[in-house]
Design a protein around this ligand. Structure first.
Ligand code: ZN
Length: 376
């Protein structure tokens, strides 16, 4: 579509240029007559023809150069379509990875160097180096071949086996967003006497200390128990041209069983969030979608680091259209550091020791992502 629009514009420009050109030539031949130079009539004739008002048909007709450009573009497009991987093996091969089917478990193992991605047929659940990742679409059989969806190829496969887009922010500015606050307690466990807004602020202040000790500039969206509108939280990061944004939360469920850790990136445009199977009516691209790959790499680094430090259940790197991430212009994630609705986990998160380990895990992941060596 874009190609034809562009070509249409070029056509009009081409006609305008030929008007200018013919005007120029008339002037030259007038001057030639005045100076008495011989002007062959064969040159004058096409000038007269060109100065006629072109028909609409002529305007719509692309000239030869434009036709050539169009043909070349179409040929390039057809060529790229031929090269498009048509199987999981070809998709892996594009990034230099090898795909092997594990028949007994209906899984696929993709590997390159020390990295391994395990995919399951007809499933959205994947494991990247042992960390759970919820895909945007299930691994599907298309025309007889298993194939990873476009978004998962662009993000997960690229992150696992392609060139990393993380790092290079040096000791930049990091905005930490302690979830909830003021009239919004967030999740609560009254039996244990904990509120999410207090836990999130405590972890955020600890994280601030660790990051500042490594030379980062750190700004919190709140430093005390106050209400901040959701939309104002990413605005703090955008206003400061921050390099990273981390929203800190604790989880709750309607039943007591769920436990563990999960890290969210903003859902890629056109795909359902991890908790849904339908895209819904909120699938248009938002500013955060400009950084899908970086968001994934940050979320993955944080999830992996938390699992290593805390040893809690891995609920995965997930996708959600959270208001605090939607308008972000820098890489950002929302991290859920444990369930307050499970009494055992609530007791754990109520301890300063656990929250300190959460803060250390987040700091380590951020340092790794930023490409900064930790000063210990
Ligand atoms: Zn929350």
């Amino acid at each position: 579509m874009h190609l034809f629009n562009r070509s249409g514009t070029l056509t009009v420009v081409g006609v305008a240029a030929s008007f200018l050109f013919s005007g120029c030539q008339s002037t030259n031949s007038d001057q030639a007559e005045e100076t008495g130079e011989f002007v062959p009539p064969v040159q004058a004739a096409p000038v007269e023809l060109q100065s006629e008002v072109p028909s609409e048909e002529d305007i719509a007709k692309p000239n030869e150069a434009e036709l050539r450009e169009l043909e070349e573009a179409l040929a390039a497009e057809a060529q790229s379509r031929l090269k498009e991987p048509r199987s999981l093996s070809e998709q892996a091969k594009f990034f230099g990875a090898k795909a092997t089917r594990l028949a007994e478990t209906k899984q696929w193992k993709l590997s390159k160097g020390d990295r391994t991605l395990i995919l399951k047929e007809d499933s959205r659940i994947a494991q990247l180096d042992g960390v759970k990742v919820i895909l945007d679409a299930p691994l599907k059989r298309v025309r007889g071949n298993w194939l990873l969806g476009e978004s998962d190829r662009r993000i997960v496969l690229n992150s696992a086996f392609g060139a990393s887009k993380a790092g290079g922010i040096g000791a930049g500015t990091i905005v930490i967003d302690p979830g909830h606050g003021g009239i919004h307690d967030g999740a609560k466990n009254e039996r244990i006497g904990i509120k999410e807004k207090e836990l999130a602020l405590d972890v955020s202040l600890r994280l601030q200390g660790h990051l500042e000790a490594q030379g980062f500039k750190v700004v919190l969206t709140r430093y005390d128990d106050r209400h901040i509108e959701l939309k104002d939280r990413p605005s703090v990061a955008n206003g400061l041209k921050a390099d990273l944004f981390v929203s800190v939360h604790f989880n709750a469920a309607g039943k007591p069983e769920p436990v563990g850790l999960e890290t969210y990136m903003f859902t890629p445009a056109g795909y359902p969030s991890s908790s849904a199977t339908e895209v819904g009516d909120d699938a248009i691209p938002y500013p955060a979608n400009g950084l899908d790959l970086q968001n994934f790499e940050l979320a993955y680094a944080i999830q992996k680091s938390m699992l290593t430090r805390l040893g809690r259940e891995d609920r995965g790197v997930k996708k959600g259209r959270w208001a605090v991430l939607k308008t972000l212009e820098c890489p950002g994630v929302l991290v859920e550091c444990g369930f307050v609705s499970n009494d055992d986990e609530a007791l754990l998160v109520s301890t300063a020791g656990y929250r300190e380990r959460v803060a250390q895990a987040l700091a380590e992941a951020i340092l790794g992502y930023a490409g900064v060596e930790a000063d210990s």
